[in-house]
Write a protein that binds this ligand. Sequence first.
Ligand code: FAD
Length: 410
Amino acid sequence: MTTRFPPTRDAALDRLARFVPRAGRDYAARRNFDLGPGQHLHVSCLSPWLRHRALTEEEVLRAVLARHTPVQAEKFIQEVFWRTYWKGWMEQRPDSWVQYRAGLNRARDRIATEDGLRARWASACQGTTGIDAFDAWARELVQTGYLHNHARMWFASIWIFTLRLPWELGADFFLRHLLDGDPASNTLGWRWVAGLQTRGKHYLARADNIVTYTGGRFHPRGLVAEAAPLEGPPPPSPAPLPSATRLPSGRVGLLLTEEDLSPGWLIEAGIRPVTMAALLSHARRSPLAVSAGVTEFTRALAADALARICDDGPIHETPEAIADWAAEHDLAVVATAHAPTGPAAEALATLEAALADRAIALTRHPRPYDLRAWPHATRGFFRFRQHIPDLLAAIGAGKATANATGAPAP
Ligand SMILES: Cc1cc2nc3c(=O)[nH]c(=O)nc-3n(C[C@H](O)[C@H](O)[C@H](O)COP(=O)(O)OP(=O)(O)OC[C@H]3O[C@@H](n4cnc5c(N)ncnc54)[C@H](O)[C@@H]3O)c2cc1C
């Protein structure tokens, strides 16, 4: 799996450089074609690195706009901002993550007691439903850790409306196997397909659409032609967003999480760490075991990030181990990039309490990019996207950049 997605920032930069020429008209015209494993040539396949910020949205946007005009690259730019938008939307409604986890627990209770449901769930995950396209995508996901966006939409739709399985079990299946598995993009992507996010508007997969956009690879039979959107409670009320935090001084340790593996910006901002470590929470994505591919990719990407900055540094998977590391190094403060809603933020909350017991502070620092964009993620994407020109101007995207990728310090 790691051969397709080598777990290094250099591999991400190389992928970006190769994709940039195709980010304009080619992407706009062909991005919806899912031509199969190894043939995802009309999309970037950058999501495993972007999700962990081993490569950042800013770097990608700058590189693309150094080569194309905003009009030529409009579609691609919008897709990158979908990620920003989902992160900002969930950050203001962390209860949407809590509700998803509660729904997942209820669905797991059902599969423990309902034999028929358990058999249909297992068949969907194993790719033995008899629906050719769906079964192939289930296998592609498990084998490669990636699915094309159109395949994710079709797959989620068939899961919900044809197989009539609880959407939370499908979201969990994705999170356990996607190298880019992300609490916001995944949960809200599934909610969007189900009709829970844009209420009353759902996404129904059509067989003829699948035939066309898979280049005739599949001819799925038995898909429902009509179904009502799912119903659920209204979205939770908005919660306040994080704000900029003062930089700490004294003996500071820099902590990486899988939400931000490019900590160079914190050092450029003035943090002077005496030591570094990483706290990984990928195992908390699901109450079930996450795939070996996800574990290996996330660990190796974190090791790569530490090696770039400080040669070495421990990687732990429990907040208690990080609290011990902080005490061993006699730290006054552990500083980390703000982790948006999800398992990493939950682990940081546990860590904060463990550090407090040792009289060590935890400071969380949101990126300026997020601070500018997230306040606009209050309603639908179409309102959010009106702010894209200003958000691009704020990062200087579109102006000539010095190198092919526009990459600043990692
Ligand atoms: C049901 C469902 C579940 C999803 N789960 C995830 C997930 O767990 N993690 C994840 O990163 N994306 C998720 N997506 C969004 C999208 O499918 C992937 O980001 C995209 O397929 C990644 O492939 P790429 O890098 O080749 O994308 P490209 O088309 O090359 O797009 C460039 C980048 O833009 C971002 N992006 C593109 N489309 C979207 C989108 N619709 N929503 C959010 N960001 C987007 C990604 O960071 C992507 O790498 C999900 C979509 C659906 C419908």
